[in-house]
Ligand binder design. Structure first.
Ligand code: GCU
Length: 743
């Protein structure tokens, strides 16, 4: 008994020593290196966990020789070796000791004819299974195509990194939608529009960077979560990006993406046929000057002019000579000052189709953004409503778009606010492909300086049942093309990573990029499952760390909402400036249309059919019912849909004004609580990340107080109604600082 106690203690001591050694080894890596690896750290497993993979064969046999398959093989060999401390190696045909076999389902049939997937493998889908091949036990990673095999390898690695069992594997996963892209809003000079993680990984000073290491690393991260396309330049596109000499440079970025199965796409300006040839681009020293596209500048960009069609065709044909797997274009037109088809009285479908037609023969697609609105709206007119714009512009065109055109719709009708209803346009297109645009970069949700894990918000949007024709039509099924049997559809996430070691400007914000990819792959995954995966991959499986990081992430959106914009109040952020600080007055009295309509008598936009802008009428009847009546409208969207007096009593029993005060105070308190909660993790992770994140929470706590005081004082100033708890607008609480917006 005594001896066994000793041996337990001895094993424990050894285990502790090994763990400490491992974590020291990890912390010996520079903090930058750790952050740059993001969720692909593949840190050495503790010996006990590593032992559970002892039966994993160390020979990898690849049935084929494509670029992507070779990437999959190398990734597998390197990462399993790193995690398990064993040497893995590749072999052409050595099955004898068992092997991990990589190959498309067709090539697998060459060695294991009887192996049939339990259901059909779709493009990019994978199947992890076991089989006897040449009388040896093998683990098979297969897919319909090579990209599927790569995704299968990443799925296998993720399991090992998280300590999941891989015995008796039989897991087949198909993607929910064919299109799973990120959009980068990078400018050619190296700045990134709404980017908070440093300068562009693609461009600098008007040229493609010489060193594209980070572009390749980014593609690896994207591939690991199933992203298959990336637009590299700002939707406010510089036409110069389509100059032949620039395309020749862009080719190098496509080369960096290609091993990871990520296809390159570009944003284009509709006026390109008129301006290309006259814009100036720098030519990188390394760029080869290939043959020209013969797309000479025109005096028009009218999408129905045959010369314009010819121009697009020549330009697109040329791009495919440089980038044979080019994915397509994203177009922002007639929006926020961009040129568009209205210049020639043509429709958005005309504009999309001329480009779609040029891409068609090459298999490319065009995303045409529905973010079209008039930013010079007359704010005096209470019937004006920016929220109606996307539906008004695109619903009448349903059925007019080419089958390789996709209408890209932001999740809400305004612009990535902390709380919006879903865009009614998702339910307004039956004969048109659509994609949902989600914003990973936190433009209006704290700009990565504050924690706001957006997956729960995106899930609410994707799960929202639009009830088209009175039937179940959740947004995820509309955008993926399932509801109306569309040929393509899917997901676009505005990512905006930069050169900072942690990509997005904050290590915890990377959960949003990870979560976007996972949801695009499978929107039925729960927020909890996604954040659990991300946390274990990023920080390891210390139970305290996992539990706390998950809790903080899952609490963060409700907390951020509570101190920045409860009750669906619209934009209280400084909209004419940095989109970060509180600035409730900036939303009003201008043409941008992000109004909250706060005055002395009440607050909120009346969007009802009965008395308001009739925006609610854009939804199918069952959804209209949900929002039209004040009595039924959910509290969290009340002020988005209704203008009410401050004394209006919510479902919760509180008045609107008291709810606003309480929400801001509670939110600021909970943000302060993040600091305390994070402190419990000291010593449970590398010091660099611990301290970095601690400083961020401390900063956020201060920002929450700033928000609380600005909004509470402002709304007290406007309403004249003090806080019942004496915190605002009383001698104890201090006088209001904000000016009064009485009209
Ligand atoms: C927001 C953002 C702009 C961006 C625009 C878009 O308005 O602030 O920077 O260009 O969205 O999505 O096109």
């Amino acid at each position: 008994m005594k001896r066994s106690l000793h041996s337990i203690q001895l094993v424990g001591a050894i285990w502790l020593a090994v763990s400490v050694a491992l974590s020291l080894a990890a912390s010996a890596q520079s903090a930058d290196a750790v952050e740059r690896q993001a969720w692909l750290r593949y840190a050495p497993l503790d010996p006990q966990t590593a032992r559970t993979y002892v039966h994993l064969p160390t020979t990898v046999v690849s049935l084929g020789d494509s670029l992507v398959l070779r990437t999959a093989e190398q990734e597998l060999i390197r990462s399993t070796g790193q995690m398990l401390g064993r040497t893995f190696s590749s072999s052409r045909d050595s099955f004898a000791q068992g092997a991990i076999v990589l190959g498309t389902i067709n090539s697998i049939h060459g060695v294991a004819g009887a192996l049939h997937p339990p259901q059909e493998l779709q493009p990019d889908g994978y199947w992890l299974t076991t089989a006897r091949i040449h009388s040896a036990d093998c683990l098979v990673v297969t897919g319909a195509n090579d990209r599927g095999i790569l995704y299968g390898v990443f799925a296998l690695l993720s399991k090992i990194a998280r300590g999941d069992s891989i015995s008796n594997l039989n897991e087949l996963r198909n993607p929910y939608a064919p299109i799973r892209w990120v959009n980068q809003w990078d400018n050619l000079d190296g700045r990134i529009e709404r980017g908070y993680g440093g300068r562009s990984i693609f461009f600098d000073d008007g040229k493609v960077r010489d060193d594209l290491t980070r572009a390749g690393e980014y593609a690896r991260l994207l591939a690991s979560i199933g992203i298959n396309g990336c637009t590299i330049n700002n939707v406010n596109a510089n036409p110069a990006a389509l100059e032949d000499s620039f395309i020749a440079q862009v080719r190098r970025i496509a080369d960096a993406f290609r091993p990871w199965g990520v296809q390159l796409a570009m944003s284009v300006d509709l006026s390109s046929p008129k301006v290309i040839g006259n814009t100036h681009v720098e030519t990188a020293a390394s760029a080869v000057q290939p043959a020209q596209s013969a797309a000479a500048p025109l005096d028009t960009f009218d999408p129905l002019d045959p010369r314009v069609a010819d121009w697009w065709q020549k330009k697109v044909d040329y791009i495919y000579t440089q980038i044979p797997d080019f994915a397509g274009f994203v177009v922002k037109a007639d929006s926020e000052g961009r040129s568009g088809p209205s210049a020639y009285h043509r429709s958005h479908a005309d504009a999309a189709n001329v480009i779609a037609h040029a891409l068609k023969r090459h298999g490319g697609v065009v995303f045409y953004r529905a973010f079209v609105y008039n930013h010079h709206l007359d704010w005096h007119d209470l019937k004006n409503d920016r929220a109606k714009a996307a539906y008004d512009n695109f619903h009448p065109l349903d059925g007019a778009f080419a089958d390789n055109a996709i209408v890209q719709i932001k999740n809400g009708p305004i612009d990535f606010q902390v709380r919006e209803p879903v865009s009614p346009l998702f339910g307004g297109l039956r004969q048109t492909n659509e994609a949902i645009e989600l914003q990973i970069t936190q433009e209006y949700t704290g700009q990565q300086k504050q924690l706001c894990f957006l997956v729960p918000m995106w899930k609410e949007v994707l799960d929202f049942d639009m009830r088209v024709d009175g039937k179940s039509t959740p947004v995820k099924d509309l955008v993926s093309g399932h509801s109306f049997h569309r040929p393509v559809g899917g997901f676009a996430g505005v990512a905006n990573v930069g050169l900072d070691a942690n990509w997005l400007g904050s290590p915890l914000a990377m959960a949003n990029l990870y979560g976007f990819g996972r949801l695009a792959w499978n929107p039925n995954l729960s927020s909890d499952a996604i954040i659990d995966e991300w946390t274990r991959l990023t920080f390891g499986s210390d139970p305290l760390v996992v539990q706390m990081v998950k809790k903080l992430q899952l609490d963060s959106w409700p907390v951020y909402e509570s101190y920045t914009g409860p009750l669906g109040a619209g934009t209280l952020t400084n909209i004419t400036g940095n989109h970060y600080d509180p600035g409730p007055e900036s939303s009003e009295e201008n043409g941008w249309g992000q109004w909250h309509r706060a005055d002395h008598n009440g607050i909120g936009m009346d969007r009802t059919i009965a008395t308001g802008t009739a925006y609610i009428g854009q939804y199918p009847p069952e959804v209209q019912k949900l929002y039209e009546s004040l009595a039924d409208c959910p509290d969290n969207l009340l002020l988005f849909f209704h203008h009410v007096p401050y004394t209006y009593v919510l479902h919760s029993g509180k008045t609107v004004i008291q709810r606003v005060y309480d929400s801001h105070y509670e939110g600021a308190e909970r943000a302060a609580g993040f600091v305390q909660q994070w402190k419990t993790l000291e010593g449970h992770m590398d010091d660099a990340r611990y301290r970095d994140i601690l400083a961020r929470f401390q900063f956020q706590a201060g920002e929450a107080v700033k928000w609380r005081d600005t909004i509470c004082n402002w709304i007290y100033g406007v309403s004249g109604i003090p806080d019942q708890k004496g915190r605002v607008g009383t001698p104890q609480g201090g006088a209001p600082k904000a000016s009064v917006l009485n009209r």
